[in-house]
Design a protein around this ligand. Structure first.
Ligand code: NAI
Ligand code: MG
Length: 496
Protein backbone atom coordinates (compact mmCIF):
# COMPACT_ATOMS: atom_id res chain seq x y z
CA UNK A 1 0.00 0.00 0.00
CA UNK A 2 1.06 3.58 -0.56
CA UNK A 3 0.49 6.58 1.61
CA UNK A 4 -2.50 8.83 1.47
CA UNK A 5 -2.40 12.41 2.60
CA UNK A 6 -5.05 14.45 4.31
CA UNK A 7 -6.48 17.30 2.32
CA UNK A 8 -8.59 20.06 3.83
CA UNK A 9 -10.40 21.68 0.94
CA UNK A 10 -11.25 25.39 1.03
CA UNK A 11 -14.95 24.53 1.49
CA UNK A 12 -14.08 22.56 4.61
CA UNK A 13 -14.46 19.15 3.10
CA UNK A 14 -11.70 16.83 4.31
CA UNK A 15 -10.64 13.66 2.64
CA UNK A 16 -7.77 11.20 2.26
CA UNK A 17 -6.06 11.64 -1.08
CA UNK A 18 -4.47 8.45 -2.35
CA UNK A 19 -1.07 8.68 -4.06
CA UNK A 20 1.01 6.30 -6.17
CA UNK A 21 -0.44 4.29 -9.02
CA UNK A 22 -3.75 2.44 -9.08
CA UNK A 23 -3.03 -1.00 -10.56
CA UNK A 24 -5.08 -4.19 -10.07
CA UNK A 25 -7.46 -2.31 -7.76
CA UNK A 26 -4.68 -1.33 -5.36
CA UNK A 27 -2.61 1.76 -4.83
CA UNK A 28 1.04 0.86 -5.30
CA UNK A 29 4.18 3.01 -5.18
CA UNK A 30 5.41 4.68 -8.36
CA UNK A 31 9.04 4.66 -9.40
CA UNK A 32 9.26 7.43 -11.98
CA UNK A 33 10.04 11.14 -11.97
CA UNK A 34 8.59 13.35 -9.27
CA UNK A 35 6.26 16.19 -10.10
CA UNK A 36 4.55 18.84 -8.01
CA UNK A 37 0.87 19.65 -7.98
CA UNK A 38 0.05 23.30 -7.27
CA UNK A 39 -2.97 25.24 -6.16
CA UNK A 40 -3.34 27.78 -8.98
CA UNK A 41 -5.17 30.33 -6.82
CA UNK A 42 -2.05 30.98 -4.70
CA UNK A 43 0.83 29.13 -6.36
CA UNK A 44 1.24 26.99 -3.24
CA UNK A 45 2.33 23.39 -3.44
CA UNK A 46 -0.41 20.84 -2.75
CA UNK A 47 1.78 17.77 -2.97
CA UNK A 48 4.76 16.29 -4.79
CA UNK A 49 3.93 12.95 -6.35
CA UNK A 50 6.00 10.31 -7.97
CA UNK A 51 4.95 9.48 -11.52
CA UNK A 52 4.91 6.23 -13.45
CA UNK A 53 8.24 5.03 -14.84
CA UNK A 54 8.44 2.97 -18.04
CA UNK A 55 8.51 -0.18 -15.89
CA UNK A 56 5.42 1.04 -14.03
CA UNK A 57 3.67 1.51 -17.36
CA UNK A 58 4.61 -2.09 -18.26
CA UNK A 59 3.11 -3.25 -15.00
CA UNK A 60 -0.15 -1.37 -15.55
CA UNK A 61 -0.43 -2.63 -19.13
CA UNK A 62 0.22 -6.21 -17.97
CA UNK A 63 -2.55 -5.87 -15.38
CA UNK A 64 -4.93 -4.52 -18.03
CA UNK A 65 -3.99 -7.37 -20.38
CA UNK A 66 -4.61 -10.03 -17.70
CA UNK A 67 -7.97 -8.45 -16.90
CA UNK A 68 -8.91 -8.30 -20.56
CA UNK A 69 -8.14 -11.96 -21.05
CA UNK A 70 -9.67 -13.02 -17.76
CA UNK A 71 -12.90 -12.48 -15.90
CA UNK A 72 -13.80 -9.22 -17.63
CA UNK A 73 -14.37 -10.71 -21.07
CA UNK A 74 -16.43 -13.53 -19.57
CA UNK A 75 -18.82 -11.05 -18.05
CA UNK A 76 -22.14 -10.66 -19.83
CA UNK A 77 -22.66 -7.22 -21.36
CA UNK A 78 -25.67 -6.54 -19.15
CA UNK A 79 -23.49 -7.15 -16.07
CA UNK A 80 -20.83 -4.84 -17.46
CA UNK A 81 -23.54 -2.23 -17.79
CA UNK A 82 -24.65 -2.86 -14.20
CA UNK A 83 -21.10 -2.23 -12.94
CA UNK A 84 -20.90 1.02 -14.90
CA UNK A 85 -24.27 2.10 -13.42
CA UNK A 86 -22.89 1.38 -9.96
CA UNK A 87 -19.87 3.50 -10.74
CA UNK A 88 -22.13 6.31 -11.96
CA UNK A 89 -24.03 6.25 -8.67
CA UNK A 90 -20.77 6.42 -6.70
CA UNK A 91 -19.81 9.48 -8.74
CA UNK A 92 -23.19 10.99 -7.88
CA UNK A 93 -22.63 10.18 -4.20
CA UNK A 94 -19.21 11.86 -4.27
CA UNK A 95 -20.18 14.64 -6.67
CA UNK A 96 -19.45 17.40 -4.17
CA UNK A 97 -16.08 15.98 -3.16
CA UNK A 98 -14.95 15.31 -6.74
CA UNK A 99 -16.06 18.77 -7.86
CA UNK A 100 -14.18 20.28 -4.92
CA UNK A 101 -11.02 18.37 -5.77
CA UNK A 102 -11.15 19.55 -9.40
CA UNK A 103 -11.87 23.10 -8.35
CA UNK A 104 -8.94 23.03 -5.89
CA UNK A 105 -6.52 21.40 -8.29
CA UNK A 106 -7.52 23.15 -11.52
CA UNK A 107 -8.84 26.50 -10.29
CA UNK A 108 -12.22 26.30 -12.03
CA UNK A 109 -15.23 27.61 -10.15
CA UNK A 110 -16.79 25.06 -7.84
CA UNK A 111 -20.22 25.72 -9.27
CA UNK A 112 -19.01 24.90 -12.79
CA UNK A 113 -17.21 21.81 -11.56
CA UNK A 114 -20.26 20.63 -9.62
CA UNK A 115 -23.09 21.53 -11.96
CA UNK A 116 -21.07 21.20 -15.17
CA UNK A 117 -18.17 18.74 -15.17
CA UNK A 118 -19.40 16.32 -12.52
CA UNK A 119 -23.03 16.27 -13.57
CA UNK A 120 -21.92 15.64 -17.15
CA UNK A 121 -19.60 12.87 -15.96
CA UNK A 122 -22.44 11.19 -14.08
CA UNK A 123 -24.61 11.35 -17.19
CA UNK A 124 -21.84 10.04 -19.44
CA UNK A 125 -21.40 6.99 -17.22
CA UNK A 126 -25.17 6.41 -17.16
CA UNK A 127 -25.41 6.79 -20.95
CA UNK A 128 -22.69 4.19 -21.57
CA UNK A 129 -23.97 1.89 -18.81
CA UNK A 130 -27.14 1.65 -20.87
CA UNK A 131 -25.17 1.17 -24.08
CA UNK A 132 -23.10 -1.80 -22.86
CA UNK A 133 -25.64 -4.45 -23.88
CA UNK A 134 -26.79 -2.70 -27.05
CA UNK A 135 -23.62 -3.04 -29.09
CA UNK A 136 -24.60 -5.14 -32.08
CA UNK A 137 -23.20 -6.16 -35.43
CA UNK A 138 -24.93 -6.92 -38.72
CA UNK A 139 -25.82 -9.89 -40.87
CA UNK A 140 -25.22 -9.44 -44.58
CA UNK A 141 -26.26 -11.80 -47.40
CA UNK A 142 -23.22 -12.43 -49.61
CA UNK A 143 -24.69 -14.90 -52.14
CA UNK A 144 -27.53 -17.38 -52.63
CA UNK A 145 -25.87 -19.81 -50.24
CA UNK A 146 -23.66 -17.52 -48.30
CA UNK A 147 -23.91 -14.97 -45.59
CA UNK A 148 -21.59 -13.08 -43.33
CA UNK A 149 -22.18 -11.68 -39.91
CA UNK A 150 -20.21 -8.92 -38.28
CA UNK A 151 -19.42 -8.86 -34.58
CA UNK A 152 -18.27 -5.72 -32.80
CA UNK A 153 -15.50 -6.83 -30.48
CA UNK A 154 -13.57 -4.78 -27.94
CA UNK A 155 -10.12 -3.58 -28.96
CA UNK A 156 -8.30 -4.84 -25.86
CA UNK A 157 -6.07 -2.66 -23.70
CA UNK A 158 -6.79 1.04 -24.19
CA UNK A 159 -4.31 3.73 -23.19
CA UNK A 160 -6.04 7.01 -22.38
CA UNK A 161 -4.15 10.26 -21.96
CA UNK A 162 -6.16 13.19 -20.67
CA UNK A 163 -5.61 16.93 -20.15
CA UNK A 164 -6.10 19.26 -17.19
CA UNK A 165 -8.88 21.58 -18.37
CA UNK A 166 -11.74 19.23 -17.39
CA UNK A 167 -9.86 16.73 -15.23
CA UNK A 168 -12.72 14.44 -14.21
CA UNK A 169 -14.96 15.00 -17.22
CA UNK A 170 -12.22 14.05 -19.70
CA UNK A 171 -11.77 10.87 -17.70
CA UNK A 172 -15.52 10.19 -17.97
CA UNK A 173 -15.61 10.78 -21.74
CA UNK A 174 -12.87 8.21 -22.23
CA UNK A 175 -13.35 5.61 -19.51
CA UNK A 176 -17.14 5.14 -19.84
CA UNK A 177 -17.36 4.12 -23.54
CA UNK A 178 -14.19 2.01 -23.34
CA UNK A 179 -15.68 0.02 -20.45
CA UNK A 180 -19.08 -0.28 -22.11
CA UNK A 181 -17.40 -1.93 -25.10
CA UNK A 182 -15.56 -4.42 -22.88
CA UNK A 183 -12.04 -3.01 -23.05
CA UNK A 184 -9.59 -2.59 -20.20
CA UNK A 185 -7.86 0.69 -19.48
CA UNK A 186 -4.61 2.34 -18.49
CA UNK A 187 -5.41 5.99 -17.85
CA UNK A 188 -2.82 8.73 -17.56
CA UNK A 189 -4.17 11.96 -16.06
CA UNK A 190 -2.44 15.30 -16.66
CA UNK A 191 0.42 16.07 -14.29
CA UNK A 192 -1.18 19.43 -13.42
CA UNK A 193 -4.43 17.85 -12.16
CA UNK A 194 -4.05 14.20 -11.17
CA UNK A 195 -5.96 14.23 -7.87
CA UNK A 196 -9.55 13.43 -8.88
CA UNK A 197 -8.38 10.68 -11.26
CA UNK A 198 -6.34 9.09 -8.49
CA UNK A 199 -9.32 9.27 -6.15
CA UNK A 200 -11.46 7.65 -8.88
CA UNK A 201 -9.50 4.41 -8.31
CA UNK A 202 -11.29 4.05 -4.99
CA UNK A 203 -14.65 4.17 -6.77
CA UNK A 204 -13.53 1.59 -9.33
CA UNK A 205 -12.64 -0.82 -6.52
CA UNK A 206 -15.78 -0.02 -4.54
CA UNK A 207 -18.04 -0.57 -7.56
CA UNK A 208 -16.59 -4.08 -7.82
CA UNK A 209 -14.75 -4.02 -11.14
CA UNK A 210 -12.36 -6.97 -11.45
CA UNK A 211 -8.72 -6.03 -10.71
CA UNK A 212 -6.87 -4.61 -13.72
CA UNK A 213 -9.92 -3.39 -15.66
CA UNK A 214 -9.10 0.25 -14.90
CA UNK A 215 -5.53 1.25 -14.00
CA UNK A 216 -4.53 4.84 -13.29
CA UNK A 217 -0.96 6.02 -13.69
CA UNK A 218 -0.21 9.68 -13.05
CA UNK A 219 3.08 10.88 -14.49
CA UNK A 220 4.83 13.18 -16.88
CA UNK A 221 3.75 13.26 -20.50
CA UNK A 222 7.12 12.64 -22.08
CA UNK A 223 7.79 9.68 -19.79
CA UNK A 224 4.59 7.89 -18.72
CA UNK A 225 2.44 9.21 -21.58
CA UNK A 226 5.03 8.42 -24.20
CA UNK A 227 5.68 4.93 -22.82
CA UNK A 228 1.95 4.23 -22.92
CA UNK A 229 1.56 5.54 -26.47
CA UNK A 230 4.54 3.50 -27.67
CA UNK A 231 3.69 0.32 -25.78
CA UNK A 232 3.58 -2.78 -27.97
CA UNK A 233 0.84 -4.40 -25.88
CA UNK A 234 -1.55 -1.45 -25.92
CA UNK A 235 -4.21 -1.71 -28.63
CA UNK A 236 -5.57 1.81 -28.66
CA UNK A 237 -4.51 5.25 -27.60
CA UNK A 238 -7.08 7.97 -26.98
CA UNK A 239 -5.82 11.45 -26.31
CA UNK A 240 -7.07 14.95 -25.63
CA UNK A 241 -4.62 17.85 -25.58
CA UNK A 242 -2.48 19.98 -27.86
CA UNK A 243 -2.05 19.32 -31.56
CA UNK A 244 1.73 19.16 -31.11
CA UNK A 245 1.44 16.39 -28.52
CA UNK A 246 -1.24 14.69 -30.62
CA UNK A 247 1.23 14.56 -33.49
CA UNK A 248 3.91 13.03 -31.30
CA UNK A 249 1.45 10.49 -29.87
CA UNK A 250 0.47 9.49 -33.39
CA UNK A 251 4.12 8.78 -34.13
CA UNK A 252 4.50 6.78 -30.90
CA UNK A 253 1.33 4.85 -31.73
CA UNK A 254 2.84 3.80 -35.05
CA UNK A 255 4.96 1.26 -33.11
CA UNK A 256 2.26 -1.41 -33.41
CA UNK A 257 -0.29 0.47 -35.55
CA UNK A 258 -2.53 1.31 -32.61
CA UNK A 259 -6.06 2.44 -33.15
CA UNK A 260 -6.11 6.15 -32.27
CA UNK A 261 -8.53 8.87 -31.31
CA UNK A 262 -7.06 12.36 -31.03
CA UNK A 263 -8.96 15.38 -29.81
CA UNK A 264 -6.63 18.33 -30.21
CA UNK A 265 -6.49 22.09 -30.39
CA UNK A 266 -8.64 24.67 -32.06
CA UNK A 267 -8.94 28.30 -33.12
CA UNK A 268 -12.67 28.31 -33.58
CA UNK A 269 -14.50 31.24 -35.15
CA UNK A 270 -17.74 32.94 -34.13
CA UNK A 271 -19.50 34.63 -37.04
CA UNK A 272 -21.97 37.37 -36.17
CA UNK A 273 -24.18 38.54 -39.05
CA UNK A 274 -25.98 41.88 -38.89
CA UNK A 275 -29.36 40.13 -38.70
CA UNK A 276 -28.42 38.35 -35.45
CA UNK A 277 -30.12 39.00 -32.13
CA UNK A 278 -27.24 41.16 -30.94
CA UNK A 279 -27.65 40.75 -27.19
CA UNK A 280 -27.84 37.00 -27.57
CA UNK A 281 -24.81 36.99 -29.85
CA UNK A 282 -22.81 39.03 -27.34
CA UNK A 283 -23.80 36.70 -24.51
CA UNK A 284 -22.83 33.51 -26.34
CA UNK A 285 -19.69 34.95 -27.94
CA UNK A 286 -18.57 36.01 -24.49
CA UNK A 287 -19.16 32.66 -22.79
CA UNK A 288 -17.74 30.92 -25.87
CA UNK A 289 -14.31 32.34 -25.14
CA UNK A 290 -14.33 33.28 -21.44
CA UNK A 291 -15.88 30.17 -19.85
CA UNK A 292 -13.41 27.94 -18.01
CA UNK A 293 -10.81 30.74 -18.28
CA UNK A 294 -10.66 30.20 -22.05
CA UNK A 295 -9.23 26.74 -21.46
CA UNK A 296 -11.67 24.89 -23.69
CA UNK A 297 -10.70 23.14 -26.90
CA UNK A 298 -13.84 24.48 -28.59
CA UNK A 299 -13.32 28.05 -27.31
CA UNK A 300 -14.51 30.46 -29.97
CA UNK A 301 -11.42 32.64 -29.81
CA UNK A 302 -11.88 34.54 -33.09
CA UNK A 303 -14.99 36.66 -33.50
CA UNK A 304 -15.96 38.05 -36.91
CA UNK A 305 -18.67 40.70 -36.82
CA UNK A 306 -20.43 42.17 -39.86
CA UNK A 307 -19.24 45.75 -40.42
CA UNK A 308 -22.66 47.40 -40.02
CA UNK A 309 -22.95 46.25 -36.39
CA UNK A 310 -19.24 46.08 -35.53
CA UNK A 311 -19.03 49.13 -33.25
CA UNK A 312 -22.22 48.30 -31.41
CA UNK A 313 -21.04 44.73 -30.90
CA UNK A 314 -17.69 45.94 -29.52
CA UNK A 315 -19.41 48.27 -27.05
CA UNK A 316 -21.72 45.57 -25.79
CA UNK A 317 -19.05 42.87 -25.71
CA UNK A 318 -16.69 45.11 -23.73
CA UNK A 319 -19.45 45.98 -21.25
CA UNK A 320 -20.21 42.29 -20.75
CA UNK A 321 -16.50 41.55 -20.21
CA UNK A 322 -16.20 44.41 -17.74
CA UNK A 323 -19.12 43.10 -15.79
CA UNK A 324 -17.71 39.57 -15.60
CA UNK A 325 -14.27 40.90 -14.71
CA UNK A 326 -15.75 41.85 -11.33
CA UNK A 327 -16.27 38.13 -10.72
CA UNK A 328 -12.64 36.99 -10.81
CA UNK A 329 -11.34 35.29 -7.72
CA UNK A 330 -11.62 32.37 -5.32
CA UNK A 331 -13.15 29.44 -7.23
CA UNK A 332 -14.99 28.38 -4.08
CA UNK A 333 -16.78 31.71 -3.82
CA UNK A 334 -20.36 31.30 -5.09
CA UNK A 335 -20.21 34.44 -7.25
CA UNK A 336 -16.93 33.63 -8.98
CA UNK A 337 -17.09 33.38 -12.76
CA UNK A 338 -13.38 33.29 -13.50
CA UNK A 339 -10.66 31.51 -11.55
CA UNK A 340 -6.94 31.33 -12.26
CA UNK A 341 -5.30 29.68 -15.28
CA UNK A 342 -4.32 26.12 -14.43
CA UNK A 343 -0.56 26.51 -14.07
CA UNK A 344 2.30 28.93 -14.06
CA UNK A 345 3.34 27.69 -17.51
CA UNK A 346 -0.11 28.39 -18.95
CA UNK A 347 -0.28 31.74 -17.14
CA UNK A 348 3.01 32.81 -18.69
CA UNK A 349 2.10 31.47 -22.10
CA UNK A 350 -1.18 33.40 -22.17
CA UNK A 351 0.49 36.62 -20.95
CA UNK A 352 3.06 36.13 -23.71
CA UNK A 353 0.27 36.05 -26.30
CA UNK A 354 -1.26 39.19 -24.79
CA UNK A 355 2.08 41.01 -25.21
CA UNK A 356 2.35 39.69 -28.72
CA UNK A 357 -1.15 41.00 -29.52
CA UNK A 358 -0.26 44.46 -28.25
CA UNK A 359 2.99 44.50 -30.22
CA UNK A 360 1.21 43.45 -33.40
CA UNK A 361 -1.00 46.53 -33.14
CA UNK A 362 -4.34 45.06 -32.13
CA UNK A 363 -6.55 47.46 -30.16
CA UNK A 364 -7.03 46.47 -26.48
CA UNK A 365 -10.63 47.09 -25.41
CA UNK A 366 -10.37 45.36 -22.09
CA UNK A 367 -7.75 43.72 -19.88
CA UNK A 368 -4.28 43.08 -21.20
CA UNK A 369 -2.49 42.08 -18.00
CA UNK A 370 -2.47 39.70 -15.07
CA UNK A 371 -5.04 40.13 -12.33
CA UNK A 372 -3.88 40.56 -8.72
CA UNK A 373 -0.48 39.54 -7.32
CA UNK A 374 -1.17 36.01 -6.20
CA UNK A 375 -1.93 32.93 -8.26
CA UNK A 376 -2.36 32.65 -12.01
CA UNK A 377 -5.20 35.09 -12.63
CA UNK A 378 -5.43 36.98 -15.92
CA UNK A 379 -7.74 39.85 -16.84
CA UNK A 380 -10.20 38.88 -19.55
CA UNK A 381 -8.64 40.46 -22.60
CA UNK A 382 -10.47 41.77 -25.64
CA UNK A 383 -8.51 42.65 -28.78
CA UNK A 384 -10.28 44.44 -31.64
CA UNK A 385 -9.32 45.26 -35.23
CA UNK A 386 -7.19 42.16 -35.46
CA UNK A 387 -5.89 40.98 -38.81
CA UNK A 388 -5.51 37.47 -40.16
CA UNK A 389 -1.71 37.49 -40.08
CA UNK A 390 -1.50 38.15 -36.31
CA UNK A 391 -0.30 35.35 -34.05
CA UNK A 392 -3.23 35.96 -31.69
CA UNK A 393 -5.56 35.19 -34.62
CA UNK A 394 -3.63 32.16 -35.88
CA UNK A 395 -2.56 30.28 -32.75
CA UNK A 396 -4.47 28.62 -29.93
CA UNK A 397 -3.98 30.77 -26.81
CA UNK A 398 -6.08 28.72 -24.37
CA UNK A 399 -6.82 31.68 -22.14
CA UNK A 400 -9.40 34.44 -21.65
CA UNK A 401 -8.24 36.31 -24.74
CA UNK A 402 -10.34 37.05 -27.80
CA UNK A 403 -9.56 38.55 -31.22
CA UNK A 404 -12.41 40.48 -32.84
CA UNK A 405 -12.49 41.84 -36.38
CA UNK A 406 -15.05 42.83 -38.99
CA UNK A 407 -16.19 41.44 -42.32
CA UNK A 408 -18.59 42.60 -44.98
CA UNK A 409 -19.73 39.60 -47.04
CA UNK A 410 -20.70 36.01 -46.31
CA UNK A 411 -18.08 34.67 -48.74
CA UNK A 412 -15.37 36.75 -47.07
CA UNK A 413 -16.17 35.54 -43.57
CA UNK A 414 -16.39 31.90 -44.60
CA UNK A 415 -12.95 32.18 -46.19
CA UNK A 416 -11.55 33.76 -43.02
CA UNK A 417 -13.25 31.25 -40.75
CA UNK A 418 -11.73 28.37 -42.72
CA UNK A 419 -8.30 29.93 -43.08
CA UNK A 420 -6.78 27.90 -40.25
CA UNK A 421 -5.07 24.57 -39.81
CA UNK A 422 -7.66 23.77 -37.13
CA UNK A 423 -11.25 22.62 -37.58
CA UNK A 424 -12.81 21.90 -34.23
CA UNK A 425 -15.86 24.14 -33.88
CA UNK A 426 -17.58 27.30 -35.11
CA UNK A 427 -20.51 29.47 -34.05
CA UNK A 428 -22.91 31.25 -36.38
CA UNK A 429 -25.26 34.02 -35.28
CA UNK A 430 -28.16 35.00 -37.53
CA UNK A 431 -31.94 35.02 -37.31
CA UNK A 432 -32.16 33.79 -40.92
CA UNK A 433 -32.69 30.06 -40.85
CA UNK A 434 -31.48 29.31 -44.39
CA UNK A 435 -28.33 31.37 -43.99
CA UNK A 436 -27.52 29.64 -40.70
CA UNK A 437 -27.65 26.17 -42.23
CA UNK A 438 -25.89 27.17 -45.43
CA UNK A 439 -22.99 28.66 -43.49
CA UNK A 440 -22.89 25.65 -41.16
CA UNK A 441 -22.33 23.44 -44.21
CA UNK A 442 -19.51 25.58 -45.53
CA UNK A 443 -17.55 25.68 -42.29
CA UNK A 444 -14.73 23.13 -42.06
CA UNK A 445 -15.27 22.01 -38.48
CA UNK A 446 -16.45 18.97 -36.55
CA UNK A 447 -19.05 20.98 -34.63
CA UNK A 448 -21.13 24.05 -35.48
CA UNK A 449 -23.21 26.00 -32.96
CA UNK A 450 -26.12 28.02 -34.36
CA UNK A 451 -27.00 30.98 -32.11
CA UNK A 452 -25.07 29.32 -29.32
CA UNK A 453 -21.57 28.35 -28.29
CA UNK A 454 -19.67 25.64 -26.46
CA UNK A 455 -22.38 23.01 -26.82
CA UNK A 456 -21.62 19.39 -26.19
CA UNK A 457 -23.88 16.54 -25.20
CA UNK A 458 -23.03 12.95 -24.35
CA UNK A 459 -25.22 11.67 -27.20
CA UNK A 460 -23.58 13.82 -29.88
CA UNK A 461 -20.22 13.20 -31.62
CA UNK A 462 -17.41 15.45 -30.47
CA UNK A 463 -14.21 15.96 -32.44
CA UNK A 464 -12.51 17.91 -35.15
CA UNK A 465 -11.60 18.30 -38.81
CA UNK A 466 -8.06 19.01 -40.04
CA UNK A 467 -5.38 19.38 -37.32
CA UNK A 468 -8.01 19.39 -34.58
CA UNK A 469 -7.97 15.63 -34.41
CA UNK A 470 -8.92 12.19 -35.60
CA UNK A 471 -12.07 10.29 -34.71
CA UNK A 472 -15.02 11.21 -32.54
CA UNK A 473 -15.86 10.86 -28.88
CA UNK A 474 -19.28 10.52 -27.21
CA UNK A 475 -22.57 9.14 -28.51
CA UNK A 476 -22.75 6.02 -30.62
CA UNK A 477 -19.57 7.20 -32.33
CA UNK A 478 -17.48 6.37 -29.28
CA UNK A 479 -18.78 2.79 -29.43
CA UNK A 480 -17.25 2.54 -32.90
CA UNK A 481 -14.06 4.10 -31.59
CA UNK A 482 -13.72 1.42 -28.90
CA UNK A 483 -14.65 -1.68 -30.92
CA UNK A 484 -13.41 -3.45 -34.01
CA UNK A 485 -15.45 -5.38 -36.54
CA UNK A 486 -14.99 -9.07 -37.10
CA UNK A 487 -16.58 -10.51 -40.24
CA UNK A 488 -17.51 -14.19 -40.10
CA UNK A 489 -18.28 -15.68 -43.53
CA UNK A 490 -20.67 -18.65 -43.53
CA UNK A 491 -21.11 -21.04 -46.42
CA UNK A 492 -24.42 -22.91 -46.53
CA UNK A 493 -23.91 -24.42 -50.01
CA UNK A 494 -21.83 -27.26 -51.39
CA UNK A 495 -20.47 -25.86 -54.68
CA UNK A 496 -16.99 -24.31 -54.82
P1 NAI B 1 -0.34 18.49 -23.74
O1 NAI B 1 -1.10 18.15 -24.95
O2 NAI B 1 1.15 18.39 -23.83
O3 NAI B 1 -0.81 17.53 -22.53
C1 NAI B 1 -2.00 16.78 -22.51
C2 NAI B 1 -1.70 15.38 -21.98
O4 NAI B 1 -0.75 14.74 -22.80
C3 NAI B 1 -1.12 15.36 -20.56
O5 NAI B 1 -1.63 14.25 -19.87
C4 NAI B 1 0.35 15.17 -20.82
O6 NAI B 1 1.03 14.58 -19.74
C5 NAI B 1 0.35 14.25 -22.02
N1 NAI B 1 1.57 14.27 -22.84
C6 NAI B 1 2.42 15.31 -23.05
N2 NAI B 1 3.42 14.95 -23.86
C7 NAI B 1 3.23 13.65 -24.20
C8 NAI B 1 3.91 12.71 -25.03
N3 NAI B 1 5.01 13.05 -25.68
N4 NAI B 1 3.41 11.47 -25.14
C9 NAI B 1 2.29 11.12 -24.51
N5 NAI B 1 1.59 11.96 -23.70
C10 NAI B 1 2.05 13.21 -23.55
O7 NAI B 1 -0.80 19.92 -23.29
P2 NAI B 1 -0.18 20.96 -22.22
O8 NAI B 1 1.30 21.05 -22.38
O9 NAI B 1 -0.69 20.64 -20.89
O10 NAI B 1 -0.84 22.32 -22.74
C11 NAI B 1 -0.32 22.99 -23.85
C12 NAI B 1 -1.39 23.47 -24.78
O11 NAI B 1 -2.17 22.39 -25.23
C13 NAI B 1 -2.42 24.42 -24.18
O12 NAI B 1 -1.95 25.73 -24.14
C14 NAI B 1 -3.56 24.25 -25.12
O13 NAI B 1 -3.35 25.05 -26.25
C15 NAI B 1 -3.49 22.80 -25.52
N6 NAI B 1 -4.45 21.95 -24.78
C16 NAI B 1 -5.59 21.57 -25.40
C17 NAI B 1 -6.53 20.83 -24.73
C18 NAI B 1 -7.79 20.40 -25.38
O14 NAI B 1 -8.79 20.24 -24.70
N7 NAI B 1 -7.80 20.14 -26.67
C19 NAI B 1 -6.36 20.47 -23.32
C20 NAI B 1 -5.09 20.87 -22.77
C21 NAI B 1 -4.19 21.59 -23.49
MG1 MG C 1 -3.00 22.10 -10.00
Amino acid sequence: MTSTFKVSLPNELNYDQPTGLFIDNEYVPANGEKFTVYNPTNDEEIVTLQGASEQDVDKAVAAARRAFEGEWSELEAVERGALIYKLAELIKRDQKLLASIDSFDNGKSFSDAYGGDLLESYNVFRYYAGAADKITGKTIETGPNKLAYVIQEPLGVCGQIIPWNYPFMMLAWKVAPALACGNTIVLKPAEQTPLSALYFGKLIAEAGFPPGVVNIIPGLGYISGKALAEHMDVDKIAFTGSTATGRSIMKSAASNLKNITLECGGKSPSIVFDDADLDQAVKWCHSGIMDNMGQVCTSTSRIYVQDTIYDEFLTKFTAKTKDNATKIGDPFNEDTYQGPQVSKAQFEKVLGYIDEGKKSGARVLHGGAKHGDKGYFIQPTVFADTTEDMKIVKEEIFGPVVAISKFSTEAEVIAKANDTSYGLAAAVFTEKVTKAHKVARKIQAGMVFINSSGDSHFGIPFGGYKSSGIGRELGQYALDAYTQSKAVHVNLGTEL
